[in-house]
Design a protein around this ligand. Structure first.
Ligand SMILES: Cc1ncc(COP(=O)(O)O)c(C=O)c1O
Length: 491
C-alpha cells in the first residue's frame, strides 16, 4: 500500500515497541549455553519489544480493518463468496486429518484416502464425468491441467497439428492465460448480442488444427450458453475436445451436468462452490473431471480401491493412470480443502445441493430485476449465479464503476467485481450467492439506488468515497507498483 496516499482515520498504533517490554519469558536453559556464530547474529534488527496483550490487540485491530464474508455481504462477482459453514472447519481440524503427513505409509492414512476417494466419486456424480483428479491447487491450475490432458490426447493419436484453443470473449480471464501456458495458440471468439458464443465465428475456426474449446458456462456475464449442444457438436465434428470451466457450478449444482452436455474435461473450484474460505491467494482446489476417453490421461497418482479386508472394507491406495500427463502438484493436492468440500456435500445431500443452485440463481435474478431500472444491464436476460451491470450513466459524467464500488463500502458492503468482463463498459459484476437473506439483498438494493441518486446530486461524495472506513481511497496503481509491506523504512 502506498502509505503516503492513505488517509488514516483511526490511529494505527503501529509503533508499539517499548524498550524492555516482553511477551514471553524463556525457561532457564537445561543445556549448556553456547554463543551463536557471529555471522548469524544481527544486532541492527529493531525487533519490537511488546507484551502479549499488545500483540493480541494489534492483530485483532488489524483484522477488524478487513472485510470478510463473516462480517457482511460480499457480492464479488465470479468469486462465489458464500458463507462457509463452520462445521467444515471443525472437520478439517480433526487431529486425524490435521496431523498426518503425505509421506506416511498408506496403511496409516486410510481415513484420509477414503475422504479423497469419496470426494472423487461425489464429483463424478455431480459433473457426470468418468474420472477425477484432485491434484490441481486452484481453478487456473485445473485449466492448465485440463489443456495438457487435451494436448496429450491428440498427441497420443499422432494428431500433432492440433495446437489451437478457442476461448470466447466472455470467458474467465484465466482461460486464455492457462491455454497459452500449455503452449497452445489461443483464438478469441466473440459473443453475440444475447451473450452467447457467436456460432458462425466459432464454426469458422473449427478446422483440423483445432485442439479444443475452453468455455466458461455459465459465462462471466452470468449467462448460460443457450446453444451449448450445438457448440459442443461443432467442436467435436472438427475433431476438437470441449473443456468446461466449471468454476461457476454454483449456478448448476444438481440441475445440469457437464457430462450430459457432452463436455470432455471440466474443472471445479472447490473453494468457491463447495464453500471453503478463499481469497487472498488460497489455498484452493481445482479438481479436474474427465470423460471416459480421457481417464487414462489424468495426472497421477489417483486414489483407488486396491483391495478389501476380510470384512469387505475397502483398502485404498494410489495408482497411476496408464497414459498420465504426470504429476501437476507435489503430493496429492490441498487435502484440508477436500475435507471441507466433502463435509459440505455430505451435510447438504443431493437435494440440498440442488437447492443451493436454485437459491443462488433466484438471489441473482432478484437483484438484477430490482436494479435494472437504475443500472443499465447490457445482456439483460434470465441470469444464473451473477449478472453484470454498467457503473455509468450519461447524466452523471465522470462517475465510474470504481466510485460506485468505493461508496458501497460506506454502507458496509464489499464492492462487486469491477471492470470485468471486458465486454461490458465500467462493469459491475454482482454475485449474491445463495447464503444471503432477502433482508440483506434489499439493503444492498437500497444502497445501490441511493448511490445512483448521489451520482447525479452529489458526485463528489462518490469520487471521494469511502468515507466511513478506517482507510480512505488509495492510489491503486501506485499501491500496486510501489508495494510497501512493512511500516518500517528499512532503507
Ligand atoms: C469462472 C472462473 N474460472 C476460473 C477461475 C480461476 O480460479 P482460481 O482463482 O482458483 O485459479 C475463477 C476464479 O474465481 C472463476 O471465477
Amino acid at each position: 500500500m502506498a502509505q503516503q496516499d492513505v488517509k488514516i482515520r483511526e490511529p494505527l498504533l503501529i509503533e508499539l515497541s517499548t524498550p524492555g517490554r516482553r511477551g514471553v519469558r524463556f525457561p532457564e536453559p537445561d543445556v549448556p549455553q553456547a554463543d551463536l556464530p557471529e555471522d548469524l547474529v544481527r544486532s541492527d534488527l529493531p525487533l519490537p519489544e511488546v507484551s502479549e496483550v499488545d500483540v493480541v490487540r494489534h492483530y485483532t485491530r488489524l483484522s477488524q480493518y478487513n472485510h470478510g464474508v463473516d462480517i457482511n455481504f460480499y457480492p464479488l462477482g465470479s468469486c462465489t463468496m458464500k458463507y462457509n459453514p463452520k462445521v467444515n472447519e471443525d472437520m478439517a481440524r480433526l487431529p486425524g486429518f490435521l496431523n498426518i503427513h503425505p509421506l506416511q505409509p498408506v496403511e496409516t492414512v486410510q481415513g484420509a484416502l477414503a475422504v479423497m476417494y469419496t470426494l472423487q466419486e461425489a464429483l463424478k456424480e455431480i459433473t457426470g464425468m468418468a474420472g477425477v483428479s484432485l491434484q490441481p491447487a486452484a481453478g487456473a491450475h485445473g485449466e492448465l491441467t485440463g489443456v495438457l490432458i487435451i494436448r496429450e490426447y491428440h498427441r497420443s493419436r499422432g494428431d500433432t497439428k492440433r495446437n489451437k484453443i478457442l476461448v470466447p470473449d466472455s470467458a474467465h480471464g484465466t482461460n486464455p492465460a492457462s491455454s497459452a501456458m500449455s503452449g497452445m495458440r489461443v483464438v478469441e471468439i466473440p459473443s453475440d448480442k444475447r451473450g452467447n458464443i457467436d456460432l458462425e465465428k466459432l464454426k469458422a475456426e473449427c478446422d483440423d488444427t483445432l485442439a479444443g474449446l475452453m468455455i466458461t458456462n455459465p459465462n462471466t456475464l452470468g449467462l448460460f450458453e443457450e446453444h451449448i449442444e450445438e457448440v459442443v457438436q461443432a467442436v467435436h465434428e472438427a475433431g476438437g475436445l470441449v473443456y468446461g470451466d466449471g468454476a461457476n457450478l454454483n449456478a448448476l449444482l444438481g440441475i445440469a451436468r457437464f457430462g450430459d452436455m457432452g463436455f470432455d474435461v471440466v474443472h471445479l473450484n472447490l473453494h468457491k462452490t463447495f464453500s471453503t474460505p478463499h481469497g487472498g491467494g488460497g489455498p484452493g482446489s481445482g479438481p479436474v473431471a474427465v470423460a471416459e476417453h480421457l481417464v487414462d490421461f489424468l495426472p497421477g497418482p489417483v486414489v483407488t480401491i486396491v483391495d478389501q479386508d476380510e470384512e469387505g472394507t475397502p483398502i485404498y491406495g494410489f495408482t497411476w493412470p496408464e497414459k498420465s500427463i504426470g504429476r501437476v502438484k507435489a503430493f496429492y493436492g490441498h487435502f484440508g480443502v477436500m475435507v471441507r468440500a466433502l463435509t459440505y456435500i455430505l451435510m447438504l445431500g443431493a437435494d440440498g445441493l440442488r437447492q443451493v443452485a436454485e437459491d443462488a440463481v433466484l438471489n441473482a435474478n432478484y437483484l438484477r430485476v430490482l436494479l435494472q431500472d437504475t443500472y443499465h444491464i447490457p445482456y439483460n436476460r434470465l441470469c444464473k449465479h451473477e449478472f453484470v451491470a454498467e457503473g455509468r450513466w450519461p447524466d452523471a459524467p465522470g462517475i465510474r464503476a470504481l466510485d460506485i464500488s468505493k461508496r458501497l463500502m460506506d454502507f458496509g458492503f464489499h464492492p462487486p467485481t469491477n471492470y470485468f468482463p471486458l465486454i461490458v463498459h465500467e462493469a459491475l459484476m454482482i454475485e449474491p450467492t445463495e447464503t444471503e437473506s432477502k433482508a440483506t439483498l434489499d439493503a444492498f438494493i437500497d444502497a445501490m439506488k441511493q448511490i445512483a441518486r448521489e451520482a447525479r446530486e452529489n458526485p463528489e461524495l462518490l469520487r471521494k468515497a469511502p468515507h466511513n472506513t478506517p482507510f480512505g481511497r488509495v492510489d491503486e496503481v501506485r499501491a500496486a507498483r510501489q508495494l510497501i509491506l512493512t511500516w518500517f523504512d528499512w532503507a
